[in-house]
Design a protein around this ligand. Structure first.
Ligand code: UTP
Length: 297
């Protein structure tokens, strides 16, 4: 089996119900943090980690996503004529080369595990990454790159993990830890959305994975799990039962759950404040808001 990770699956076939009515016609992944769609952050992170093939698992209504990666000759011509070289350059960086990107359809939203499984024929016999674009992570070194480097030492299957408060664990897949090695933990079990009192730890899985074709084979066998969906967590946990290594990776970075409204707003504030062209005006506004609020209290 090839060991370098050069393919990534982006499952974007979910319904995005938490962002209705917007997601009635706009894919969640096209929603913007300041001026860049969520998907652009995911693509940039994947490229930094050495990914060369980008596989999107899409569904009805995701046409805007496909258009986003296409060249837009008319717009480029208009910008060129107007001498807007900076904008032209930025636009070109969003184009994908022919053959670099593939779209596979998930006909029914049967769960994340099922979405990943839909891409099985494009993966072949090599490890691959899975990136959920609604988990946006601000990090000095892009998180998938951190994981690919760690994966070179461990092999097996790897999930990005972060500590969450006990009352939040039931929203995530949670790791049962066999050995804690600091950045890396060896895992002896995984539970998707456990009841608060049954969570085996406070280490939760978030949307970055490095997996092997064996996990894809497991997905064919797993039955619907939590929420009636075919869960990726269950297919990864099946690796442990077959005595193959599964690792959690404590990444360095700040993760925003942009699949939730509160997380999306927090990310908007954080990314707005991180921008040189907006920082002063935006921070002054936030300071003013805070002082008005304090005065009102
Ligand atoms: P979520 O659990 O956030 O679901 O999926 P969702 O449909 O996107 O949003 P809500 O909960 O209805 O608001 C996590 C990731 O898995 C993908 C989603 O597109 C998202 O990137 N997914 C989920 C699929 O591709 N197919 C599925 O059947 C389910």
């Amino acid at each position: 089996m090839k060991t370098r990770v050069t393919k990534a699956i982006f499952p974007v076939a979910g319904l995005g119900t938490r962002f209705l009515p917007a997601t009635k016609s706009i894919p969640k992944e096209i929603m913007t943090l300041v001026d860049r769609p969520l998907i652009q952050y995911a693509i940039d992170e994947a490229r930094a980690a050495g990914i060369k093939e980008f596989i999107f698992v899409t569904s009805r209504g995701k046409g805007a996503l496909e258009d986003y990666f296409d060249i837009h000759p008319m717009l480029e011509q208009t910008l060129r004529r107007a001498g807007k070289d900076g904008l032209l350059e930025m636009l070109k960086n969003t184009n994908m080369d022919s053959g670099e990107i593939a779209y596979i359809r998930q006909h029914k939203a049967l769960g994340l595990g099922h979405a990943v499984w839909c891409a099985r024929r494009l993966i072949g016999n090599e490890p691959f990454a899975v990136i959920l674009p609604d988990d946006v992570i601000a990090a000095e070194k892009p998180v998938l790159q951190q994981m690919v480097e760690a994966y070179e030492q461990t092999g097996g299957a790897m999930v990005a993990a972060m500590e969450v408060p006990p009352d939040k664990a039931s929203s995530y897949g949670v790791l049962d830890i066999e050995e804690d090695m600091g950045d890396l933990v060896k895992v002896k079990g995984m539970v998707e959305k456990p009841a608060a009192e049954e969570a085996p730890s406070n280490l939760a899985v978030i949307g970055r994975y490095i997996l092997t074709p064996k996990v894809l084979a497991n997905i064919s066998k797993v039955k619907s799990g939590a929420g009636g969906e075919i869960q990726l967590t269950d297919a990864i946990a099946a690796e442990i039962n077959q005595n193959r290594g599964v690792y959690g990776f404590r990444f360095r970075g700040q993760r925003f759950d942009c699949g939730s409204k509160a997380g999306f707003l927090q990310a908007t504030v954080a990314f707005g404040m991180a921008r040189d062209d907006l920082r002063d005006e935006f921070t002054a506004y936030l300071d003013e808001m805070m002082s008005v609020r304090r005065a009102a209290q």
